[in-house]
Unconditional design. Sequence first.
Length: 253
Amino acid sequence: MARTKKWFFFLALLLVCVPSLSLAQSEKEAVAALKNLETRVEGGLTYSDYASALDEAAFRVKEYLDGPDAGGNPDLASTLSSVLRHYEAAREVWSVKYAGPGVTDLMTDGYYRTSFSRCLYEYGSAPASSRKFFSDETTYSIGIFDCLPRIWKKASEDLFIASGILTRMEKVRAEKADEFARLDTIAAANFEKKVAEMEATRKEIETIKADNEKLKEENSGLKQESERLKKENEALKVKLAAPPKKRNMKKKQ
């Protein structure tokens, strides 16, 4: 019985711990996927390879962000979302090179106003050139390969922050695991002690019950002896209360 209770205790412990381990793995995979993308960007790759690598990383990151653990770690989730947003912005900017009728390294403030504005205001790219189409209108351009490194630098900065958050989380998780293991050891020891105490109490109760049965038998014997003595006493009383027998007078004569 004691062994069954102990196994039940550790089964409950396992059910509590396993989901946390799975979610921690999801966090690590998301960060690792972005670090792999960062490494590939630093090594140099084509636009097509970049788009493919980004899709692979985005799958892991979104898998984590859409999972149940993201809500419990808002700082990490928010930072990973920011990193992914930067890399996706880079793809959008880079795609401008091939979006027009010809290949170009410039992004104009006009048809590509959204990407142009992001490079100018969010990533600090300065206009590379300007051109007047009409007397009252000037169109500015930003170099695509001036903006891309700025975006990737910002992505790397946020990824560094995310890695730091994950490291701190893992440290806290490890400390909690150590504390949990310590408490588990204490709980297990207390459990064994309680089982031993219960076993000792059970044996003591069995001893008391055996003593009670023995006392019952002795009491039954004493009761029978008391009944026997009582009957003898009653018989003696009757005998003493009876009138004395008449003497045979003939014998005396």
